[in-house]
Design a protein around this ligand. Structure first.
Ligand code: SAH
Ligand code: SF4
Ligand code: F3S
Length: 493
């Protein structure tokens, strides 16, 4: 489903797939800029991992079309195959390796085809990738995409090319992403890169580097252009959107920017959200991901103030036990997290809340696992992404703690978490029966051509009768029934 944050890599699918919109093998309908002459070569790009990776592929597509490449949806036709990879858990990496083997068939059929591995797995493995996967010609990390044209030239001469340098500044701010596989209605806009949080289990700080925010002028310009092209929803993306901070003042860099005050013309996340919300009242604004330690009441008040800021918050808890949260270096405890939930309920009462949970982190006892279940019981999440802990090389946890929970225990705990969540999401969906929501139509339902689907402000998918509705319309829909994954409704005239 489109509202999955981590595509192609959902370790445990909690929701039944009603609408099959999984994006794989990025195809695109796109135009090389007319001012750029064709170089006669075609590229094919495929993406894995989180929305940020998908957004990065759009930046890559822009860089390559500006260098004269055309695109193809058939990898057998491609002169250049790019795989944008994820390293968050081992199964994400295994999927990429499996795919690379399949793609090696292309190499055999099409001599001279270049294969490039991009993204987090490229950054994690660096040159080692070339030794492990012989068919790979280029390894490029998330901050090296501007150098792709020269890396490709190098590879075309038969050399292997690697650039995995991480940057403190790169935000690809002025690069206008080429929208891949788009429905023309919803789009993702990166507002920052990297992460400074160092959660003990997580590879992202190592694969994406230091946190940096993108110039708000370029964010607003991109969102405005999307609106003018007919898009009606933008999702602002970052690993930790609440720590967004940007200033044009050259004196405010690094630590000084973090400590700067409002009067020093620093734009924070709440203000950025307002700037985007003001583009047009019928442009929906979403955002992901919020971090419990940084999500301020300011952000919540801003959500409450603008009807077009969607009432949905993804607030990953990871665990419901304070000792485990401390080991995870999440820098909040259960009480703090629950106090944030209480603030959401108070300030934005209609908001839906989703989470990420890890089962079986190092040393987690049965009692501590039960704390996660009891926290879920208190919150009753609308949506959850649930994973068994998977030790990642180089992380703080890998260095400091033994991965001591047996796999079958992790699996059983995960299953208990998934089962409980399923009860909650069904319960939450049942509460919606009889309610009327404004739905932004995204497309025709894959199950039934007579139906369309869209989402309400809470990010819930609603399927309803097609009538004369077309993508981009806002339609009032009454919910008549539900499954644990989807609401089914009827148009209210
Ligand atoms: N920036 C976001 C999450 C990014 S990674 C945040 O701070 O919440 C997405 C999710 O993958 C995480 O929230 C976590 O639940 C899960 N995850 C990350 N590393 C993991 C690991 N080593 N094993 C299992 N799950 C992991
Ligand atoms: Fe990983 Fe934590 Fe950063 Fe999220 S906040 S990306 S979990 S280190
Ligand atoms: Fe994966 Fe990198 Fe995203 S590790 S989840 S693609 S930031």
């Amino acid at each position: 489903m489109k509202n999955e944050l981590y595509q192609n890599e959902v370790a445990f699918e909690a929701e039944p797939k009603v609408i099959d919109e999984t994006r794989q093998g990025e195809a695109l309908t796109l135009e090389r800029p007319q001012t750029v002459p064709s170089n006669g070569k075609k590229f094919y790009i495929e993406s894995y991992g989180c929305q940020m990776n998908f957004a990065d592929s759009e930046v890559v597509a822009s860089i390559l079309t500006n260098a004269g490449f055309d695109t193809t949806t058939e990898f057998l036709d491609a002169d250049l195959i790019l795989v944008n990879t994820c390293a968050i858990r081992d199964n994400a990496e295994q999927r990429v390796r499996f795919r690379l083997q399949h793609l090696s068939a292309v190499k055999k059929r099409k001599r001279g085809a270049v294969i490039a591995v991009l993204g987090c797995m490229a950054e994690r493995l660096k040159e080692k990738f070339l030794e492990e996967e012989k068919i790979v010609d280029i390894v490029a990390g998330p901050d090296a995409y501007r150098f792709l044209p020269s890396l490709i030239e190098e590879a075309e001469t038969g050399q292997k090319a690697v650039n995995v340098l991480l940057s403190r500044e790169e935000t690809y701010a002025e690069i206008n992403p080429v929208r891949l596989n788009t429905n023309g209605i919803t789009a993702f806009v990166s507002i920052m890169r990297g992460c400074d949080n160092m959660c003990a289990f997580c590879v992202v700080p190592f694969t994406r580097g230091r946190e940096r925010s993108r110039d708000y002028d370029s964010i607003v310009a991109e969102a405005k252009e999307l609106y003018e092209k007919g898009y009606r929803e933008v999702t602002l993306l970052g690993q930790n959107v609440d720590s967004y901070r940007f200033s044009h003042d050259p004196k405010l860099v690094g630590k000084k920017l973090v400590e700067a005050k409002y009067e020093e013309h620093v734009v924070n996340f709440a203000e950025l959200m307002e700037m985007v919300a003001l583009i047009a009242p019928d442009l929906r604004v979403r955002f992901s991901t919020s971090h419990p330690k940084d999500m301020t009441d300011d952000v919540l008040h801003m959500m409450a103030k603008y009807p077009n800021i969607c009432k949905y918050i993804h607030l990953p808890a990871q665990s419901g036990n304070s000792r485990i949260l401390e080991l995870m270096n999440r820098t909040y405890d259960r009480e703090w997290y629950m106090q944030r939930i209480e603030a959401i309920r108070r300030i934005v009462p209609e908001a839906a809340i989703s989470t990420d949970i890890i089962a079986g982190f190092c040393t987690e006892t049965e009692e501590e696992h039960k704390d996660t279940l009891s926290m879920m019981q208190e919150v009753k999440y609308e949506m959850a992404y649930m994973f068994a802990y998977n030790e990642r090389p180089g992380t703080v946890a890998a260095k400091k703690y033994a991965d001591d929970i047996p796999e079958e225990v992790k699996k059983r705990r995960l299953q208990e978490i998934v089962d409980l969540h399923r009860i909650h999401s069904l319960e939450r969906n049942k509460e919606d029966i009889g309610k009327i929501y404004e739905v932004l139509v995204e497309g025709t339902s894959a199950r039934n051509e007579e139906d369309v689907f869209g989402r309400n402000t809470q990010n819930k998918v609603i399927v309803f009768d097609k009538g004369n509705h077309k993508p981009g319309d806002y339609v009032k829909v009454k919910v008549i029934r539900c499954t644990s994954g989807t609401l089914i409704g009827t148009t209210v005239y």
